[in-house]
Design a protein around this ligand. Structure first.
Ligand SMILES: Nc1ncnc2c1ncn2[C@@H]1O[C@H](COP(=O)(O)OP(=O)(O)OP(=O)(O)O)[C@@H](O)[C@H]1O
Ligand SMILES: [Mg+2]
Length: 309
């Protein structure tokens, strides 16, 4: 009986994944894994994005802080809202938090925090500002590095300048306990460079089949990049059981095809208070700390704090 159920689940996820994968446009081929090169993007060597990721990773890993990238296969699954609220929750629980807004899109961290940053990474790269000068303070002392369009510039920098930036990022965030990276969705070079640079990656999915299959695609690419610290978060779940089922479905496929396993970090319940908070431009965790979703996020923050790495 149980075996039947497992087989059914496996078939369901697989069918959805394979069917989707057949339509190639949904899963752009991930950038190739190339050997390191000193020649930048030209000449078939490692791309500047990859160099950035690796260099960032090295620098960040040397420090005591935890770097956590929040990512997803499909867009609109709640990454930015989770990152913002997680940041506040970790801060309330005594952690020093810096958030890098590494999404090029519009509805970003600063909108959720109702902040209007005048400067972003572009100004740092142009040499007009330092990272600490562009950093702005959000609620509960959470610091935000507004990257936005600057992320693009960063990826295209010559190695020397990029290293200088990374060094500065390291020095500026030295005191932080958590560096949270809110990425864009999907398997793009930009997202992957941030995700592989972070020591921990949280992949968010919703219970929607398309979101599940895209999350699997992202997990697969991360494993291919030899990222081993991947955790799954199910957002907009109907119930704890539904979230658990989603995590089990994904793990079935991950086990079968990648011979790996990922940790289920937890779930956030679907909660109409979340879009309401977005409308009011106030983080849910402050606007309505007792709401279903806020309580879930508080639990996740405690779990993250309790279980380093
Ligand atoms: N737990 C939840 N319950 C209900 N709505 C939610 C929940 N989490 C997020 N949302 C809603 O989902 C929408 C998308 O959220 P968000 O912008 O955080 O997603 P995202 O993954 O960062 O999107 P993008 O991929 O565009 O960056 C928002 O309108 C938000 O209010
Ligand atoms: Mg976002």
């Amino acid at each position: 009986m149980l075996q039947d159920q497992a087989a059914k689940l496996r078939k369901y996820v697989l069918d959805a994944y394979l069917e989707k994968n057949d339509k190639k446009e949904h899963h752009p081929t991930p950038p190739p894994l190339s050997p390191p090169s000193t020649g930048g993007m030209k000449g078939g060597g490692m791309s500047q994005h990859q160099q950035f990721a690796i260099a960032t990773g090295k620098v960040i890993k040397k420090s005591g802080k935890r770097t956590i990238a929040i990512t997803s296969g499909k867009g609109g699954v709640g990454k930015t809202n989770f990152t913002a609220n997680l940041g506040i929750s970790l801060s309330i629980q005594g952690g020093k938090v810096v958030i890098i807004d590494a999404d090029l899109g519009l509805a970003n961290i600063d909108v959720i925090f109702r902040l209007s940053p005048k400067f972003n990474l572009r100004h740092v790269i142009a040499g007009e500002k330092t990272i600490s000068e562009i950093m702005i303070e959000g609620p509960f002392g959470v610091m935000i590095i507004p990257a936005s369009s600057g992320v693009e510039y960063l990826a295209n920098l010559p190695q020397e300048k990029r290293e200088k930036f990374i060094e500065e990022l390291f020095e500026t965030t030295e005191e932080a306990d958590f560096l949270l990276i809110d990425t864009a969705a999907g398997i793009s070079q930009n997202v992957l460079s941030f995700a592989t640079a972070a020591e921990e990656v949280i992949v968010i999915t919703t219970p929607e089949p398309t979101s599940i299959t895209d999350a699997y695609a992202m997990i697969k690419v991360l494993f291919q990049r030899e990222h081993s610290n991947i955790k799954l978060l199910v957002n907009m779940a109907f119930s704890a059981n539904q979230a658990k089922e989603v995590a089990e479905k994904i793990n079935l496929v991950v086990k079968q095809f990648l011979k790996k396993e990922i940790d289920f970090l937890g779930y956030i319940l679907e909660d109409e208070n979340m879009p309401q908070a977005v409308k009011e431009q106030k983080p849910l965790i402050l606007l309505n700390p007792n709401s279903k979703a806020a309580r879930c996020i508080t639990n996740i923050a405690s779990k993250i704090k309790r279980h380093p790495g």
